[in-house]
Design a protein around this ligand. Structure first.
Ligand code: PAF
Length: 289
């Protein structure tokens, strides 16, 4: 069943998604997919715009995926406003919204879990067990349901991007994964749907994270030791008023393995807490060394 919402069509069932996609295939359209959990912001919009410019038809998915939230995480609090998301998608010119119910994605006998060994065990894998497997499982399912030519993801969730690339290569899913740079507020804070949880006081502190990552990169360029840069960054964030640091680290940009010495290409990545809000961010070091 395809319900019309202005120029944007919304489908809730995989059968409706396949029907539209196969009509696009018959017309020889190149198809882009932008998976999201909604609460759309400029970061998502940059992915959608890129898809609109590189493909003939763009499908956006909206599904707050319960499998990527731990039992004590913010699944029930996660911002949901489909009407305002539909307005954003209509304004930007997306063609199709796939917004399935939970039972459509995960029927009661659903038993598959896609895990990525090694890469999926580090950083987020350590601090949010189940998160990356939850992401890989839902993204695998969305890609198989839609079979797009290109799927778009933001670099803000850098480890998620690497895991998805690995999963697509390992499973031979015939889709190109395109990454887009992190979109930031004027003060450097990376856009995230979770920024809406920040109190005004914590919102003031939040951009210190990006500045600290930039300082780490400067330290690398100046030839400082990785370990001491990581320690200084952690101390500075705690002194600035951050409540907890899961990690702030410099890693190999593909394997995310620890580095004693910075060799190209590498990445500075962090996950930190301001109150109950967990912020993640990362920047490339490769271009600077
Ligand atoms: O980045 C997100 O919004 C989600 O992790 C994704 C990729 C849509 C999977 O649920």
């Amino acid at each position: 069943m395809v319900a019309k919402c202005g120029p944007l069509s919304t489908v809730r069932e995989a059968s409706g998604l396949r029907e539209t996609i196969s009509s696009w295939r018959s017309a020889n359209y190149k198809i882009g997919l932008v998976p999201t959990m909604g609460a759309l912001h400029e970061g998502h919009i940059s992915l959608i715009r890129r898809s609109l410019s590189e493909t003939d038809r763009t499908c956006v998915t909206l599904f707050v995926n319960p499998r990527q939230f731990g039992p004590s995480e913010d699944f029930s609090l996660y911002p949901r406003d489909e009407l305002s998301d539909v307005k954003v998608l209509t304004d930007v010119g997306a063609h199709l919204l796939f917004a399935p119910e939970q039972a459509e994605m995960y029927p009661s006998d659903f038993a598959t879990n896609v895990t990525i060994s090694g890469l999926g065990d580090r950083l987020e894998g350590e601090f949010r067990p189940g998160f990356l497997a939850g992401v890989a499982t839902v993204v695998a399912k969305l890609l198989i349901q839609a079979m797009p030519d290109v799927a778009y993801f933001g670099e803000k969730d850098y480890q998620q991007l690497l895991v998805i690339r690995q999963m697509v290569a390992d499973l031979g899913i015939p889709v190109a994964i395109r990454a887009m740079p992190t979109v930031r507020e004027a003060d450097g804070l990376a856009l995230s749907s979770r920024n809406s949880y920040l109190t005004p006081e914590r919102r003031e502190l939040a951009p210190i994270l990006y500045r600290t990552l930039c300082k780490m990169v400067e330290g690398v360029v100046a030839g400082k030791q990785v370990k001491s840069l990581e320690q200084c960054a952690e101390n500075e964030l705690l002194e600035a008023g951050f409540d907890r640091i899961d990690y702030i680290t410099i890693r190999d940009s593909q394997s995310l393995e620890q580095l004693n010495k910075v060799e190209k290409p590498s990445r500075a990545l962090a996950a930190v807490w301001l109150g109950k809000t967990r912020l993640i961010d990362n920047i490339s070091i490769s271009d600077s060394v």
